[in-house]
Design a protein around this ligand. Structure first.
Ligand SMILES: Cc1ncc(COP(=O)(O)O)c(C=O)c1O
Length: 428
């Protein structure tokens, strides 16, 4: 870089909207589970771009797919058919193993937006009007949930800090205690049309739903004619050691009505997708229609959703997960990491499934909460200085979301960096 060029941090200060409080590091390249900053310092990347880089950085299969498709056709529009979008939709439906169809977008917030719009459409056209003639529209979500940063996303999200300053929000969301079925049963009214849930809450601090809760929600949805919508944006497509995250939790068959995906689906290439179940429903006019065909031409869309480049890349990522046995790998290595982490002094609990882990700090770290920083932020920064990237979730939880092909040696190294970081700043 020419010496008269400003520092990267200065470019951000002057030209980038300050929506993020960034760590004081400029990352320039990555390979496998490691990234390097502009000074050449190496880090183990156990945040993986917040559960995104499932194959790690610069995986040859992903590079090859990007290169091959980029030379053929990067983008056209959804005015035309393109082969990779059709093939990826088929692949995703096969992975769910239930008949359905897929709508493509670009991010998690948009994947949820499609599910929320589907619920509205279902309420408008198919689930019976209220006594006053207006459509049903209420969606139930859960305390600590996170569903994205659009207005619909923050309205669905139960965390107050995410909503602050953006009133009035979208009407029609009610937030309920997580894993408390009786509360849900009590909250369902004639206005309710759907339930939206993360099978493992991510941003809220890595809290898995229970088997009984998820099965109970399905029963309630069936009984009241509601849609069960799973937000698998963080926990889906391999992170929990299963294509379908909820199947690592439920002991019986559970078929959702929608699934939202993003993050890991493209291994780092932006893509969102919403699976909608093929399920016969009836409109008020009596016409039979499948749920997956309810969003008709002109009702929803996005310019970039499902470009040939995004879909060809995602296909390569999913095929690589399959061919390299990474579901089993994520399960084994997640169990291994959990065991090592649980043995560290000062750790209260390690929650999570597969490679979606939440490390809850013990009370002894509470005094680290000074100058507006939480204990988890302080430890994430110290670990980063010691060469390990992780992500805080709530005031006392550190998230580990490494690439699905992370090695045992990398896990051992990460555990020892975290142990050292905890020791260095443990209040005495
Ligand atoms: C469960 C869940 N839903 C939705 C989102 C929003 O995804 P995006 O940031 O891609 O819009 C996230 C992102 O963290 C998430 O974890």
């Amino acid at each position: 870089m020419p010496t008269d060029e400003p520092d990267t941090r200065n470019l951000f200060e002057e030209f980038v909207v300050p929506t993020y409080s960034r760590y004081d590091v400029v990352l320039v390249r990555g390979r496998g589970s490691r990234v390097w900053d502009e000074e050449g310092k190496e880090y183990l990347d156990f945040g993986a771009g917040i559960a995104v880089s499932t194959l790690g950085h610069a995986h040859p299969r992903m590079i090859e797919a990007l290169d091959r498709q980029a030379r053929k056709l990067i983008h056209t529009s959804n005015l035309y058919y393109t082969r990779p979008q059709g093939e990826l939709a088929r692949k995703l439906v096969e992975l769910v193993d239930v008949q359905g169809k897929v709508f493509f977008s670009n991010s998690g917030a948009e994947a949820n937006e499609a599910a929320i719009k589907l619920a509205r459409k279902f309420g408008n056209e198919c689930s019976g009007p209220l006594k006053n003639g207006s459509p049903k529209f209420e969606i139930l979500t859960f305390h600590r949930s996170f569903h994205g940063r659009t207005i619909a996303g923050i309205s669905a999200t139960a965390q107050e800090k995410i909503k602050e300053g953006f009133a009035p929000l979208l009407a029609g969301f009610k937030h309920l205690p997580f894993n408390e079925l009786a509360a849900v049963e009590k909250a369902i009214t004639g206005e309710t049309v759907a339930i939206l849930i993360e099978p493992v809450q991510g941003e809220g601090g890595i809290y898995p739903a229970s088997n009984e809760f998820l099965l109970g929600l399905r029963r309630l949805c069936d009984h009241h004619g509601l849609l069960l919508m799973l937000d698998e944006i963080q926990c889906g497509l391999g992170r929990l050691g299963n294509w379908c995250g909820w199947k690592e939790i439920v002991k019986e068959e559970l078929v959702p009505d929608t699934i939202s995906w993003a993050k890991g689906i493209g291994g780092g290439f932006p893509l969102g997708a919403t699976w909608i179940r093929k399920k016969p429903i009836h409109s008020f006019t009596g016409a039979a229609v499948d749920l997956c065909d309810l969003l008709k031409p002109g009702t929803h869309g996005t310019t970039y959703g499902g470009t040939p480049l995004a879909c060809a890349t995602s296909l390569a990522v999913l095929e690589t997960i399959e061919q390299e046995g990474l579901l089993q790998h994520a399960r084994n290595h997640g169990d291994y990491a959990k065991k090592q982490l649980s043995a560290l002094p000062g750790i209260k609990e390690v929650r999570g499934i597969g490679l979606m882990l939440g490390i809850e700090l013990g009370e002894e770290f509470a005094p680290l909460a000074v100058n507006g920083k939480t204990p988890s932020q302080v430890i994430v920064v110290r670990s980063m200085q010691n060469g390990l990237l992780t992500v805080p979730a709530g005031p006392s939880v550190i998230r580990w979301l490494p690439p699905l092909n992370v090695s045992r040696t990398d896990i051992d190294e990460a555990v020892s960096i975290l142990a050292r970081s905890l020791d260095e700043i443990r209040p005495r």
